[in-house]
Design a protein around this ligand. Structure first.
Ligand SMILES: NC(=O)c1ccc[n+]([C@@H]2O[C@H](COP(=O)([O-])OP(=O)(O)OC[C@H]3O[C@@H](n4cnc5c(N)ncnc54)[C@H](OP(=O)(O)O)[C@@H]3O)[C@@H](O)[C@H]2O)c1
Length: 348
């Protein structure tokens, strides 16, 4: 098997290398980024090539290509990879809302990746865990409306943003400790350290940022509910990895807490944490279970009119590692529909 990673040096690309070792050990790797170089992975030196080489006549094809680049480079290279004979899974926003391209969450709508499919779009890092949690509820009780508020990690913005965040946080908090500025008044109000900021995507005429529109529109496409009543608000919090989402869910049919937990426990790639207090449900605990979404804090919305144990309005929290479940793991599971994974955890 020959596997290509385009963007192999980035945060998502690096995770893909680890997952490929688990799913398809011994696969031949074709790695690309902006320029030629050697990278170290699991004690091996791996050659990375400039992506422009893929445009050369006689460039070699292969079986599956994972593309982990910014939108403009995805648009440039995905068609070429398909032309070279790869089945392509693109992690950018470029093809997600294209009606001709399936937008796939493994465990929700992977049937859309068929034997004929040559290009799949991988959804946004908040959409994947949220739809994994919503699909069992949709199947069991029907989905009315969903309101979601996200608290997203800095690594969602890529490797340079994450590296700068670590350096600036260390510097900023050292300066606070040295000067006794325990409120953080000396921190930069426009930067991530010690701060919560609106998600910095493009805000359109609707007033919603691109990140908010992704959660709304992608979940409608994946769940195949074009009129799904969903509203989202997104922000970034000063956390390296782990996107955290608070959801207010209205079901079509009444359910008890036990019935909802049972439905969630039957859903793939979820770890359900019982109890409303949220013990063990933090951004950092997503790093202990990187290939599943954590779901918990389930409790009846205090505005639900039902007086008994059942109700239609519920609050819950979903958290997931944005680089793994929210990106690389989903892509590998989608590819496992075509090329079975040796690691059952990565098989859809
Ligand atoms: N981070 C997340 O949580 C997350 C989650 C879901 C989806 N995504 C999406 O996945 C994609 C990759 O994200 P990331 O966080 O891994 O980004 P990243 O850490 O910034 O890595 C970007 C990659 O793109 C490569 N690249 C940059 N310019 C290039 C060029 N001119 N030609 C070829 N390659 C080039 C970089 O190679 P060099 O090292 O050579 O510059 C690097 O390998 C993005 O579309 C992002 O929106 C990210």
């Amino acid at each position: 098997m020959r596997i290509c990673i385009l963007g192999a040096t980035g945060l998502v690309g690096r995770e893909l290398l680890t997952l490929i070792d688990r799913a398809w050990p011994g696969a031949q790797l074709a790695l690309y980024a902006s320029r030629d170089r050697t990278i170290e992975h699991a004690g091996r030196a791996l050659e990375v090539h400039a992506a422009t080489k893929l445009e050369a006549e006689g460039a070699q094809g292969g079986d599956v290509a994972f593309v982990a680049l910014d939108d403009e480079f995805s648009a440039r290279y995905c068609p070429r990879l398909v032309e070279l004979g790869y089945r392509v899974i693109d992690k950018s926003n470029t093809y997600r809302m294209n009606p001709d391209v399936p937008l796939v969450v493994a465990g929700v709508n992977h049937r859309r990746a068929t034997a004929e499919t040559t290009l799949v779009a991988n959804p946004n890092c908040t959409t994947i865990p949220m739809t994994l949690a919503l699909e069992p509820l949709r199947a069991a009780f029907g989905l009315g409306e969903v309101t979601v508020s996200s608290y997203q990690a800095i690594s969602g913005a890529g490797v340079s943003a994450l590296e700068q965040f670590v350096v600036k946080t260390a510097g900023g908090f050292s300066a606070m400790a040295a000067s006794g500025d325990i409120l953080g008044e000396g921190l930069d109000e426009g930067e991530y350290p010690g701060n919560t900021v609106p998600h910095n995507g493009k805000t359109d005429d609707s007033g919603f940022s691109s990140e908010e529109r992704k959660l709304i529109n992608e979940s409608r496409k994946i769940l195949e509910l074009p009129d799904f009543g969903i509203c989202a608000q997104c922000c970034r919090v000063p956390v390296p990895v782990g996107h955290y989402e608070n959801l207010w869910v209205t079901l079509e049919r009444e359910a008890t807490q036990a019935q909802i937990l049972e439905a969630l426990n039957g859903g793939p790639f979820l770890r359900v944490l019982p109890g409303a207090s949220g013990d063990g449900l933090t951004a950092l605990t997503t790093l202990d279970d990187r290939d599943r979404a954590l779901v918990g804090r389930l409790r009846k919305d205090n505005r639900d009119a039902a007086t008994g144990p059942g109700g239609t309005r519920w609050c819950l929290t979903v958290a997931a590692d944005n680089l793994r479940l929210g990106a690389a793991t989903n892509a590998v599971r989608v590819a496992s529909a075509w090329f079975p994974s040796q690691d059952p955890e990565l098989q859809v």
